[in-house]
Write a protein that binds this ligand. Structure first.
Ligand code: ZN
Ligand code: ZN
Ligand code: ZN
Length: 181
């Protein structure tokens, strides 16, 4: 009964890249497998163990980040990828709560703010996740870093002002004799 008629903006699903390391083969062998959620990325195996796999995983994450930046960065019209996952990324597992607490119920954080490009790395060094999500969800996720902020969709007010500080600036105006008269 609450179908919203006339969505004013065509929005697209927020993109997610998940890179993970899993034990490969017999646990005693110590080999790990690097896998990426992108179908185009083939699994890689590292018989040498977790350290080599971790290094490769970080490089893989950076490779995707470079491609995302080259492709224009986060898109302002993207839906929050966190919300697409029922905000599970910042909602504690209810079965894991020490007090069975209800203090942080799902839905506590409402999506809001600009779309940001984030990278999350779990503390165990087994999972990395790049995602387009809203700024508010990003702020609610532990160990989640905001790398870039999308300009607002359609409207180009304050173009450039809302760019994240992380955007590398390679060209500089030479400070010189500018006559401002
Ligand atoms: Zn990949
Ligand atoms: Zn969320
Ligand atoms: Zn959100």
């Amino acid at each position: 009964m609450t179908v919203e008629a006339g969505t004013q903006q065509e929005r697209v699903a927020g993109r997610v890249w998940t890179v993970r390391l899993d034990p490969y083969g017999r646990p005693s062998a110590g080999a790990v497998k690097l896998s990426c959620s992108r179908p185009a990325c083939a699994d890689q195996c590292f018989p040498g163990g977790a350290a080599a796999g971790r290094k490769a995983a970080v490089e893989h994450v950076n490779l995707h980040l470079a491609h995302i930046r080259a492709g224009g960065g986060p898109r302002g019209e993207a839906w929050c990828a966190c919300r697409a996952a029922d905000c599970a990324w910042h909602t504690p597992d209810p079965t894991a709560g020490p007090r069975g607490g209800t203090r942080l119920a799902a839905g506590t954080v409402r999506c809001g703010g600009p779309v940001v490009l984030t990278v999350y790395a779990d503390r165990a060094g087994r999972l990395w996740r790049i995602a387009e999500m809203c700024a508010r969800c990003a702020a609610a996720i532990p160990d989640c870093r905001v790398l870039d902020t999308a300009p607002p969709p359609a409207r180009t007010t304050r173009a450039g002002m809302d760019q994240a500080a992380g955007t590398p600036v390679t060209e500089r105006e030479p400070a010189g004799d500018t006559a401002l008269v």
